[in-house]
Design a protein around this ligand. Structure first.
Ligand SMILES: C[S@@+](CC[C@H](N)C(=O)[O-])C[C@H]1O[C@@H](n2cnc3c(N)ncnc32)[C@H](O)[C@@H]1O
Length: 188
C-alpha cells in the first residue's frame, strides 16, 4: 500500500512522526527485502512504516510486556505478513550473530535499562555493512510527550554511550526527533 494512503487509514497518532521517520528510512537506501530489526514494538508505528517501505521486519519487546496493539493497524494496511513479532529484551537478544541489515529504535533507547549491554547486542547481530538507527526524542519532543505522560524519562543522546565505538555517526535533526545513524568504519 502507498504510504500516504496508509497515513490516511492509520490516522493522527501514526501520522504525527510518520513523515520524519519515512524521510529518514528513504535516505538510508536499503535494498528491497532487507532484513531489519525493530527494537521496542510499542504500537507498531516503526514496524509498520518499515514494512510499508518493503522490508522484512522482525520486531519485539520484552516477554509479557504489551505496550499497545500493533496487529490491528498492521492488518488495516495489509502488511501484517511482512512483520514477525518475537518477544526479546534488547540487553540479551535471541538472534544469531550477523543477522540484520539494519536495526531501528524509535523512541525506545531511553527506556532500555542497560544501554551498553543493548549496544553490544546490536553490534553482535548487525551485518558488517549494516546500520544502526537510533531515533530519539529531542528535549522539545519530551515536553510534548510529558503533557500526556508526566513521568516520561528524559531524552537520551546515544553518543554518550558510543564514544569508544569505531563507528561513523550521522545525525538527521528535526524539532521533536533526532535520528542517529551509525555505520562501521571499514578500511578496505
Ligand atoms: C515508546 S515505545 C516505542 C514506540 C515504538 N517503537 C513504535 O513504533 O510505536 C517504547 C518501547 O520500548 C520497549 N522496551 C523497553 N525496554 C526494552 C528492552 N530492554 N528491550 C526491548 N524493548 C524494550 C517497550 O516495551 C516499548 O515497546
Amino acid at each position: 500500500m502507498d504510504f500516504s494512503e496508509a497515513k490516511g487509514i492509520l490516522g493522527d497518532e501514526f501520522s504525527r512522526d510518520a513523515d520524519f521517520l519515512s524521510s529518514v528510512v528513504s535516505k538510508l537506501k536499503l535494498v528491497k527485502n532487507s532484513k531489519v530489526l525493530d527494537v521496542g514494538t510499542g504500537r507498531g508505528h516503526m514496524a509498520i512504516l518499515l514494512a510499508l517501505h518493503g522490508y522484512q521486519v522482525i520486531t519485539g519487546e520484552p516477554e509479557g510486556v504489551n505496550w499497545g496493539d500493533w496487529k490491528t493497524p498492521a492488518k488495516k494496511v495489509n502488511i501484517e505478513d511482512m512483520i514477525t513479532f518475537k518477544p526479546f529484551n534488547a540487553e540479551k537478544m535471541p538472534f544469531e550473530d550477523i543477522s540484520f541489515d539494519a536495526i531501528f529504535l524509535y523512541a525506545t533507547f531511553h527506556h532500555i535499562g542497560n544501554k551498553k549491554l543493548a549496544l553490544n547486542e546490536f553490534l553482535r547481530v548487525m551485518k558488517p555493512k549494516g546500520i544502526l538507527i537510533i531515533i530519539e526524542l529531542t528535549d522539545e519532543g519530551v515536553e510534548v510527550v510529558r503533557k500526556r505522560w508526566k513521568g516520561h524519562p528524559d531524552a537520551v543522546d546515544p553518543r554518550a554511550y558510543t564514544k569508544d565505538l569505531v563507528f561513523e555517526v550521522k545525525i538527521i535533526e528535526s524539532k521533536y526527533l533526532n535520528a542517529y545513524i551509525y555505520s562501521r568504519i571499514i578500511n578496505e
